[in-house]
Design a protein. Structure first.
Length: 757
């Protein structure tokens, strides 16, 4: 998922947040740490420990509203805390922020400095990430690096130490309200008492206390808004502190604030759970369309203020929506909010299908054409049956698929599938060719399966490469299970478990047997480069024998210096993205082998599903820095191709050929893939009927998804030369959007390399 580790490693200060007074920070980290320690020493259950830690953390992290805010829910990333999703980029569950502690050590001397260092030393051993690593058996520990900083060190595969991808049951939240959820928990507790289920009793009592904490947060926010003279906002918060919402604005506030409190980074199908409220308010004259838009814009601005980079999904449209006419009204508000709130977040997403209100797609294309990079488009006619097959689900649940992060799928409030590992397919090919040796780090890496020069056929070499992949995939699947097990022993995630099927009914927390479908996903990078490399090896070395095996290895070892003719032969070999049968067949073969290999890991684990996600953030650039020269003609250290897109500049047969190649990679074996496309304003806007027809044909032929950047010719080059003039220029990097001028130069170069149609 999910996300660039370089971005995720930023402290809250580096992310643009102002550091609080060090004295205030010190008081907080002492209180939080002492509370955790006391609970551990007293032997309280993990349920009670989470409540007591939340009592300290929530007032500290839920920031006071700004005068311009329409809603409560601004967040401050704590220096140490507990959360199901990364708090400001830190690891899973109980975690601490290393840069923040570095800053604190600079702020104090004497006894206070000693206290900071003591707390830091405590969390170095007690943080959940450390506990997960300590739980790895020796073979996994030897296969996977300790650190997840894949932008700093070379390796084939990395664990990511995280749980991410929360989508709570908003309908349940809005229909019951906080008081209703509390009553539900207490009723389930009474049943557990009758059944003698002590674990369920503890969980339900803690959930009820969590609802009390939420009520307190609402009332505290109400006082803060009242102090700002915003009685309208204060009244909304008082109304939802315990009772179900009665209006569109109340429903928006409750859903938004609960999302923040429960730790989620995503906001789900906002048109579904807010649609009926909005329609009722319109009908009763309680709201105007202009006021409705202001509500949506207020939500979008606060999502953007969080700066989650890869997250903040807001989803509209698609199959499985109730009262579509009502939902469409909110979807149109959201599209207009996206068009008018000029921020990189939220990751605004439109699901669509044949027969859906065409106005949604029309407005979506207008928004994309203005350079917003949003909405991201998802084709339900293809995705729903693909999810049904890949996840082994009935159709009525497959329609509830939701993309998260950079493009991974989960099932709305029914499944969890954290993208918790990555594999660099091209690096795996590199170490296979060198018999388990890494030319970058000059150390052993992976399985030793023989020297490339000694393989007598391409089939034998390809078989060895597949063994290498299987070695890493096995370790990554097993570490995913271990992470869930360790996290389940640490905390129940009360707010999240309350609104996930079937946690309350089972009386179990989400990762402790409560959730209906517990799965995992594996991010893959270098897919296209690897397929192109395999085909070049097959044709140029084994079939046509235009390059000797030893010559190829020398050329790669020397980054093609002195072997320019070899590099040209490799570059001239057929490439994916040109509707070339031979090139695309190799990409399909690798795709189907890898996806099947990963999917079959569920038979070896306790996971309901384990699936590939072919996404992208900036990792294709970052892992490329530690990947040597490759047989597709790519030089050492250069970025890898972006997800399912061709390597920049290698798609030379036009946009139709590009899209024809993309649809050949079957979607029913994985949990999400992204397709990045870059169009000129002259084509996308100046020839809109043609552009719309092109996309329509792509989706009808099996296209699953499109992430579209629309630019003027020369915009990117001019932005590099004059960044001050292009602050508003947005681009789709991979699974997220960003202001182009804010990206590092290597990522800018990768985006510039993509063909502009």
């Amino acid at each position: 998922m999910n996300g660039s580790r370089q971005e995720e490693k930023k402290s809250y200060k580096e992310a643009g947040c102002v550091m609080r007074d060090p004295e205030v920070v010190l008081e907080y980290i002492c209180r939080f740490t002492d509370t955790y320690r006391q609970c551990t020493m007293e032997g309280t259950g993990i349920e009670e420990r989470e409540i007591r830690c939340l009592e300290v953390m929530l007032p500290y992290t839920l920031e006071a509203p700004q005068p311009e805010d329409l809603f409560a829910g601004r967040l401050y990333y704590p220096e140490v805390g507990v959360s199901p999703e990364p708090l400001g980029g830190r690891g899973v569950c109980f975690n601490y922020d290393v840069p923040s502690f570095d800053a604190l050590e600079q702020a104090f001397t004497g006894e206070k400095l000693a206290r900071v260092k003591e707390i830091r030393a405590f969390w170095e051993q007690e943080n959940t990430r450390h506990k997960i690593r300590q739980a790895f058996p020796q073979d996994i520990a030897e296969t996977l690096p300790w650190d997840d900083d894949y932008y700093k060190v070379p390796d084939v595969a990395f664990p990511l130490y995280r749980t991410v991808g929360i989508y709570i049951d908003y309908d349940k939240l809005l229909s019951l309200g906080i008081g209703g959820l509390k009553r539900l928990a207490l009723a389930r507790r009474d049943r557990a008492l009758r059944e003698g289920d002590e674990k369920a009793v503890r969980l339900m009592e803690a959930m009820a206390k969590a609802m009390d904490l939420f009520t307190q947060a609402c009332l505290r926010y109400a006082k803060q808004f009242a102090a700002l003279g915003r009685e309208d906002c204060a009244q909304v918060l008082r109304a939802v502190a315990e009772n179900p919402p009665a209006t569109f604005r109340e429903a928006a506030q409750l859903s938004f604030l609960y999302t923040r409190v429960c730790g989620s980074l995503n906001h789900g199908r906002i048109d579904v759970y807010l649609g009926d409220f909005y329609a009722a308010d319109l009908s009763a004259g309680r709201i105007t369309p202009e006021e409705g838009l202001a509500v949506m814009q207020g939500i979008f601005r606060l999502i953007a203020a969080r700066q989650s980079v890869f997250h903040g999904r807001v989803i509209v449209g698609g199959m499985g929506r109730r009262n579509e006419e009502n939902a469409d009204q909110v979807a149109l508000l959201a599209i207009e909010a996206c068009r008018t709130v000029l921020e990189p977040e939220p990751q605004f997403t439109l699901r669509f299908y044949q027969g859906q209100n065409p106005l949604l797609m029309e407005k979506a294309l207008d928004c994309i054409g203005e350079g917003r990079t949003y909405p991201i488009l998802y084709n339900d006619d293809v995705n729903v049956p693909a999810v049904e097959k890949a996840f082994c689900l009935p159709r009525e649940e497959a329609v509830d698929y939701l993309p998260l992060g950079c493009g991974e799928y989960v099932i709305d409030h029914k499944s969890f599938g954290s993208p918790n590992g990555i594999i660099n397919l091209l690096k795996a090919l590199e170490v296979t060719m060198r018999n388990g040796w890494d030319i970058i780090s000059q150390k052993d890496m992976g399985l030793k399966l023989g020297r490339f020069e000694d393989f007598s056929s391409f089939e034998d070499f390809y078989s060895a490469y597949k063994k290498q992949l299987a070695h890493y995939v096995d370790a990554l699947a097993r570490q995913e299970v271990i992470e869930y097990q360790v996290v389940a022993r640490q905390t129940p995630f009360l707010y999240m478990s309350m609104l996930y099927d079937d946690c309350v009914e089972r009386g179990r927390a989400i990762f402790d047997g409560g959730i209906r479908y517990l799965g995992g996903t594996l991010e893959t990078y270098g897919n296209v480069n690897t397929a192109n490399s395999l085909l070049a090896i097959k044709k140029c070395v084994f079939e046509e024998k235009r390059i000797g095996q030893d010559t190829l290895m020398k050329a790669l070892d020397n980054d093609f210096r002195g072997y320019e003719e070899v590099q040209k032969l490799l570059l001239d070999a057929p490439k994916y993205g040109n509707d070339d049968d031979e090139a695309d067949a190799m990409a399909v073969d690798l795709h189907e082998y890898l996806c099947t290999l990963v999917r079959d890991q569920k038979e070896k684990t306790s996971l309901h599903s384990y699936l590939v996600v072919i996404i992208n953030n900036k990792a294709n650039t970052q892992v490329g820095q530690f990947t040597g020269a490759s047989a597709d003609g790519r030089n050492s250290g250069i970025f890898l191709a972006n997800a399912n897109a061709p390597m920049g500049g290698t798609d030379k047969k036009g946009v139709t050929a590009l899209l024809n190649s993309m649809v050949k990679l079957t979607p029913d074996l994985h949990a999400g893939a992204v397709q990045n496309m870059k169009f000129s304003k002259e084509f996308f806007n100046g020839k809109r009927p043609l552009a719309a027809a092109l996309l329509r044909a792509y989706f009808q032929n099996g296209g699953t998804q499109a992430m579209i950047t629309v630019l003027g010719r020369g915009d990117l080059e001019n932005a590099v030369a004059h960044p001050e003039q292009y602050r508003s220029l947005m681009v789709r990097v991979g699974g997220f959007s960003a202001r182009f001028v804010d990206l590092t130069s290597d990522v800018q170069q990768e985006i510039m390399s993509r063909t502009l149609y």
